[in-house]
Design a protein around this ligand. Sequence first.
Ligand code: OGA
Ligand code: NI
Length: 362
Amino acid sequence: MEEAGNDNMIFKNTGGSLPVPNVQSFAASKDCTEIPEKYIRPELNDSILVLNGAVGQGDIPIIDLSRLHHPQHSEDEMLKLSLACEHWGFFQLINHGVPNEVIEKMKIAMGEFFQLPLEEKKAYGQPPDSVEGYGQAFVVSEDQKLDWADMYILSTNPVHGRNLKLWPTNPPTFKGALEQYSLELRKVSHVLLDSIGKSLKIDEFIGLFEDCLQSVRMNYYPPCPQASKVLGLSPHSDAGALTILLQVSEVQGLQIKKNGVWLRVKPLPGAFIVNIGDIIEIMSNGKYKSIEHRVMVNTEQERMSIATIHNPRFDAKVGPLPETLEKSEPYYKTISHHEYIRMLFSAKLEGKNLLDRMKLEA
Ligand code: OGA
Ligand code: NI
């Protein structure tokens, strides 16, 4: 039987975020004509190019999960996957096998939750010293710029680590939808991580992800009258091992940084966007890349997404794996998973700053 978790390994004592105003309710209010300075990003006036596709390099790679299983095609697809992880750190995943019904139910449940009155959502607000729940993350100082978004983070695996007090009872379909969705995504992550381990020729790799830590981060980006001056999500690389992103509404907004240029990601219908996080960059000693990305918002329409984050088992160490050190020096420190998570939540979301702190002096 499941119990409300008091054994929540990933978010327990990780340090919380400072409270910030709710963006969705501000965006819906009549005061929302002049955007407070805290959200305005002067850096968006910089001349860094924003493009629809990578000039001369094609678009972000597409990986077909059904081919990774296929006896005749798996080798080819594995090579494609390895190149995608090395040169892009991002790919779109098609034929992933997650039933459409499971995805649709999750989308509807998330949409209904965010439509609840603020007071009702706040009942699931982040407790002090944790970022799990409804609110914001990564706000560590009063003078920091703020993202134009609200988020709702829930730990989904291991099952005994769930904090069910933070799971909403309204809409009543939410719990079942998230249980099914997160289970399906664990299956997808398992196939991908298994192939990633094989492509790195690291035998024990997939073992590190047995009963892996998994959490979902539901992002809600309200429309903004000055959309071009704010960021939905600051530039960052993902701290976990592997993120699988579901675009819940059709509105685009994700951009990835490639060769100093921001590229707009145009999700294929039905595909997931997958990216390598910092932990895989570290474990592969820099071979596979965790790429910086950010989110722009829209003037008219809200945007919603669900990032499902997969981390190794809690007792796995975060550091370059021995096989990667046969031909090179370690480029990153090795620390415990818990230390790593504390380090993550103690800083603001800014570029690859967590990876920088993990780097060993050259
Ligand atoms: C994230 C993220 C992108 C998006 O949650 O880490 O990068 O499109 N989300 O919402
Ligand atoms: Ni991200």
